[in-house]
Design a binder for this molecule. Structure first.
Ligand SMILES: Nc1nc2c(ncn2[C@@H]2O[C@H](COP(=O)(O)OP(=O)(O)OP(=O)(O)O)[C@@H](O)[C@H]2O)c(=O)[nH]1
Ligand SMILES: [Mg+2]
Length: 361
């Protein structure tokens, strides 16, 4: 679809180093300005009253979810954030100005764990909604000037407050992408090809394992303008949940999906059910070892690359489907490069997605 506008949720990176999903940042909010002690000095007024203004508050530091971002790279490059201190109170009842707030943008789906100066966990916030904000470190409070202390019995108070210190926080930022559907399968199964042909995403595709080195997101547009987001992650292999291959690190990005599309690539010269079932089981096992929740998600299983099978062997494919069905798994025959088959899969995804929505209502 040359020239078609890209959806902001359709995002990918051309190199792996740009994708950062775990980082530690340090926030130091500005202190409050001191209150002022001062007395009015006017001609012919021998005892002017107190006129020391209050100090301003230190700036707050906020984190804000930005749906247009997909990496914590900026935070990795620059992990220290400071906000300005509040202005000092001055005579003539002039209050110090508040230090401006600092707003640090992070990708939507960032989970923040805030630690205080002693490393104790004080807060965990999930910035799952667009533009959702979290107060990461509060600026110090401005001190009151002496005019704030004047009372009927003490009309010339000689007290004023100092501003308080701003909060210091260490934050652990962990990104877990927000997508409706997770695409899973062994390396080379055709996940990125499917993403590219089902959405406007342009992930890297190649005929070797581990082509995908970071997650890619794409958007399927349904009738009535509704959109489903798909996340394509690097291929899983046996032991992925224990850190083999690349899969382990990236499973967290499908943790929040509501359903899975599981691709099993057929091998045209080995149309053997047991072999395909074993492939299917490897991925299921890795998902389960990572978290049971992933295997509890509804899934669409598609046997991919069926275009590689000669017409005379197509009945064999049907048999494989039946055997999957006999073990309780419904499968679709797919070719990620065939528009008609893709449309069929899209209808299946839509059907399941709408079913999920009805359950939620
Ligand atoms: N003939 C045929 N080739 C396909 C099909 N789907 C994918 N391929 C090819 O298979 C190879 C791997 O495809 P990818 O989309 O990169 O596979 P992947 O699952 O994303 O692989 P990783 O990112 O390495 O996990 C590429 O050469 C694709 O062109 C298909 O349906 N039919
Ligand atoms: Mg890929």
């Amino acid at each position: 679809m040359i020239g078609a506008p890209r959806d902001p949720a359709t995002r990918a990176f051309s190199n792996m180093s740009a994708f950062v999903d775990y980082v530690k940042v340090f926030c130091h909010a500005g202190r409050g300005g001191n209150g002022c002690m001062s007395f009015r000095r006017e001609k012919f007024v021998p005892f002017g009253g107190p006129d020391g203004g209050d100090g301003g508050n230190g700036g707050n530091i906020y984190l804000e979810a930005d749906p247009g971002m997909m990496t914590l790279l900026d935070c990795k490059m620059q992990p220290h954030y400071k906000s300005a201190k509040g202005g000092e109170g001055r005579g003539k009842n002039q209050h110090g100005r508040n230090g401006p707030d600092v707003v640090l943008k992070v990708p939507q789906g960032t989970i923040i764990t805030a630690l205080d100066e002693n490393g104790e966990e004080v807060d965990v916030v999930d910035l799952a909604e667009p533009a959702q904000r979290m107060l990461a470190a509060r600026g110090g409070k401005g001190g009151r000037g002496n005019s704030a202390f004047a009372t009927a019995s003490n009309r010339a108070p000689r007290i004023r407050e100092e501003g308080t210190l701003g909060e210091e926080r260490t934050l652990i930022l962990e990104l877990k992408l927000i997508a409706d559907v997770g695409l899973v399968g062994l390396p080379n199964a055709g996940k990125s090809t499917l993403l590219a042909n089902l959405t406007r995403a342009t992930p890297k595709i190649a005929d070797y394992p581990f082509t995908t080195l970071h997650p890619n997101l794409g958007v399927i547009e349904l009738e009535f303008g509704e959109k489903i987001t798909l996340a394509d992650i690097p291929g899983l292999i046996e032991g992925a949940s224990k850190g083999q291959g690349l899969g382990h690190r990236f499973l967290r990005h499908i943790e929040r999906t509501r359903m899975l599309v599981h691709l099993v690539a057929i091998e045209p010269d080995k149309l053997d059910f047991e072999r395909m079932w074993a492939t299917y089981e490897i991925v299921r096992h890795e998902l389960q070892s990572y978290t049971e929740r992933l295997t509890a998600l509804p899934e669409v299983v598609a046997l991919n690359k069926t275009d590689l099978v000669d017409a005379e062997f197509e009945p064999l494919l049907e048999e494989v489907c039946e055997e999957f069905q006999a073990r309780g798994v419904r499968t679709l025959l797919l070719s990620a490069i065939d528009d008609e088959k893709i449309l069929h899969l899209k209808q299946e995804i839509t059907r399941l997605y709408e079913q999920l929505q009805r359950i939620e209502e």
